[in-house]
Design a protein around this ligand. Structure first.
Ligand code: NCD
Length: 331
């Protein structure tokens, strides 16, 4: 693996290798000293053209736990035209000796452009590009689902996929790179996916995607999904009215208190409620749902560091090492 640009081009073996490596990384994060020396002397640049809290901090924590040097570069506000600014910035980073560039960009395709260019040699990691993809988010979601699925089945998670798991992704699919990355990865891992959204928040051509589509959240919840992922309503990407009112939205598409109670009444004890963050509490998810024992929001954040450690390790340790990261640390 040279770059991590999308989940669409991750095969099953690669996906499971990343998730299994993340399990090893999680064990490191449970230790008192949360650090491995495997990327000592390597430089990871966080290049963020768009706002981010948890993704940027998560990549920073991941790189530091692997002992890499980290440079944070917030490019927001640059007035140079897109192509030029990306090229100039990339060449600057190259000159500074970046080994990996973690890039978030408002333009779909920017990370792929960087990876295909001769501007840099560094490994490129897509940390979210426009409405296109957010592969490490999907990987941390899959990691979280796999652990919970293993718990439900009373098995170990390492080495397994998600066959048999029923997943619903709910809300603003149209603007969501998280939904797209999850779609491809869940297909590869064998989960059964239903997208639930108002028709106005589904992309044209969704019927060709490898999933079912529903407009009715209660109907989908009645089928007993094992994971329900609520998407943020992305106001900043909306230039029109996509639904009548926020009240109407939460009544029809939000995970509100009524739906939480219905899930409890149905005896669906194992169903988890996921959200990538940042949450609009009271809109797509109620405070009670977000803070309930079903919620995996904080598990997702924690798992994000392990998954990003795995991705950086697999990209940067290269062919020089086929040993497991924890074995390598003991050498
Ligand atoms: C997501 C993103 O930025 O795409 N957030 C994240 O990375 N944690 C989802 C979102 O912004 O709604």
């Amino acid at each position: 693996m040279r770059h991590l640009l999308s989940t669409e081009d991750l095969d099953k073996a690669d996906a499971i290798r990343i998730l299994d490596t993340a399990e090893e990384m999680a064990a490191v994060s449970d230790r008192e000293v949360k650090k491995l020396p495997v990327l000592r002397g390597r430089t990871v640049v966080n290049l963020f053209f768009e706002d981010s809290t948890r993704t940027r901090i998560s990549f920073e924590a991941a790189a530091k736990r692997l002992s890499a040097d980290v440079i944070n570069f917030a490019a927001k506000g640059s007035s140079v035209s897109k192509g030029e600014s990306l090229k100039d910035t990339a060449q600057t980073l190259e000159a500074m000796g970046a080994d990996a560039v973690v890039i978030r960009h408002w333009a779909s395709g920017a990370p792929a452009r960087l990876a295909a260019s001769d501007w840099i040699d560094a490994a490129v990691v897509n940390a979210g590009d426009g409405t296109h993809e957010h592969p490490t988010q999907a990987l941390l979601d899959a990691f979280t689902m796999r652990r919970n699925w293993a718990r439900i089945n009373g098995t170990a998670s390492a080495g397994t996929d998600l066959s048999g798991m029923k997943v619903a992704i709910v809300g603003d699919v149209l603007h969501s790179r998280v939904a797209r990355s999850n779609l491809w990865l869940l297909r590869t891992l064998g989960a059964d996916l239903t997208l639930v959204a108002p028709p106005t928040l589904l992309p044209v051509g969704v019927e060709q995607w490898p999933c079912s589509v529903s407009y009715d959240l209660d109907e989908t919840l009645a089928t007993g999904p094992h994971a329900v992922m609520m998407l943020r309503v992305q106001g900043e990407r909306m230039n029109a009215a996509f639904f009548p009112s926020t009240r109407e939205y939460s009544r029809r598409w939000g995970f509100d208190d009524r739906r939480l109670a219905a899930l409890d009444a149905a005896g669906a004890r194992e169903t988890i409620i996921m959200h990538p963050g940042p949450m609009n509490r009271g809109l797509e998810i109620s405070a009670a749902a977000a803070d309930s024992p079903r919620s995996t929001v904080l598990q997702q954040v924690r798992n994000g560091v392990s998954v990003r450690m795995a991705a950086l390790y697999l990209l940067l340790s290269g062919e020089s090492s086929s040993a497991a990261p924890t074995q390598e640390a003991q050498r």
